[in-house]
Design a protein around this ligand. Sequence first.
Ligand SMILES: Cc1cc2nc3c(=O)[nH]c(=O)nc-3n(C[C@H](O)[C@H](O)[C@H](O)COP(=O)(O)OP(=O)(O)OC[C@H]3O[C@@H](n4cnc5c(N)ncnc54)[C@H](O)[C@@H]3O)c2cc1C
Length: 493
Amino acid sequence: MIKVVIAGGGTAGWLAACGMSTRLGGLLDITLVESDAIGTIGVGEATIPPMRNFHRIMNIDEQAFMRATQATFKLGIVFDNWGDAGDSYIHSFGEIGQRSWMAEFHEFWLEARSQGFGGSLEDYCLELKAAKAGKFATVLGEARLNFAFHLDATRYATFLRQLSETAGVRRVEGKISEVRQHPETGDLQALLLENGELIEGDLFIDCTGFRALLIGDALKVGYEDWSHWLASDRAIAVQTEATEPPPPYTRSIAHASAWQWRIPLQSRVGNGIVYSSRFLSDDEAQHTLLSNLTGETRTEPRLLKFGTGRRRQAWHKNCVALGLSSGFLEPLESTSIHLVMTGIFRLIRLFPFGEDKDSLVHRFNEETRVEMESVRDFIILHYKQTKRTDSDFWNAYRTMDIPDSLAHRIDIFKNNAYVWSDDATLFRIASWVQVMMGQGLEPHEYHRAGKLMSTEALRQSLREIRNSIDKTVQQLPTHQEFIERYCAVPSGS
Ligand SMILES: Cc1cc2nc3c(=O)[nH]c(=O)nc-3n(C[C@H](O)[C@H](O)[C@H](O)COP(=O)(O)OP(=O)(O)OC[C@H]3O[C@@H](n4cnc5c(N)ncnc54)[C@H](O)[C@@H]3O)c2cc1C
């Protein structure tokens, strides 16, 4: 059997253990090493819809997962003060209206707006309207909502550990003190633990978080720094008591020189502030965070430092980096856990069973690069496309140079309202439209397919979509009612 050694037992390590053991378990002997003394990062609690696909493929029962992690449902993210101070918009997980093969829905809506009707674009998205109304169900009649979760990160790792150990993964507790390499090839051979135990392997997965013990310290794979586009390098996280039923969305609140997250779980709220040490001191950041909380704190504020960018090769020699060791993009769109999951899918598909693995390594690294860059562009969009002028922080972002790939997207939308999605792009057309328009980017032109319809036909078809959404939202239970039926945590646990 091929010996796979996973270094680290945070969300990335246990997801890798669970994924590899569930899908390739019969072919692999898997050991995971983690250190209780070091612990995990303990954040990473908002997710995006493709997580459900990962769970389905790994046979993870959704209700059991939600109970175990005290999870709630997420229909999108509310962005306050991003386009301008006082603004608010929702990036929801839903589709907007109905598209035709010729043009996207927002272009029909732009035509209606130019003729003086059609209301707000937000009226055409079921998930968005349900989120605003605090309503939720996975399915209602014909309507299937597209959703993700908010979860307790520590409980998620414990839940995945149970599944992995049941599937045959061996867990070793201990601190890695040395990474042994082959003297000639440089391949990794074994991890030496502080207690003297030697863990040998054929393939190593580095899930040691920002420490990157294997891919960084031992193999010296460099880091491509993206801090000139995304300057944030610190976060402070704190948990608070819940003061209201959990809303089915994450909240992202922009401040003068930082932004703050609010992630509602069943019994508490995860909060944090993300900032750049170039623009804000730790004390100022902590003060801003603590002044903008809604419940009593239940943990001490915790400072986390990071660098934005990506590992130049996520796979090098016989070591694959997953999670924080492979790169980091700030959690504005809750993408990190998703990138761990796609990394696991990719590794399973490209698993090196033979001797000659160079082409697999190349493919893995190329796909990882393209994926990371597309997420990076989407996150930069939120900072670049703003009208805010109230601080050095916003002025620097608003006027910075951006990657050509994003500049092209913004130009083509501004001039023609055109948006596209392809295999390399995680975010769908509806996501780009919601964020671009939410941030205040107004197209000058659009496809005139809507003009091919009579005014009355266009008005009628828009009205039907709005009415159908309103009717469904009315019939949905509240998010809290649905949680109580579907996945409430038994009291006392
Ligand atoms: C501020 C912040 C907010 C975030 N929010 C989100 C979010 O909302 N959504 C999202 O998807 N992602 C988010 N993330 C990212 C998310 O937290 C991570 O992608 C995820 O938790 C995976 O982390 P990890 O397992 O790679 O690292 P860690 O959790 O740090 O785990 C590292 C593991 O390696 C072990 N280890 C380290 N050194 C040694 C050693 N010497 N010997 C033995 N073991 C060792 C540790 O004990 C631990 O088990 C956020 C990240 C940050 C910094």
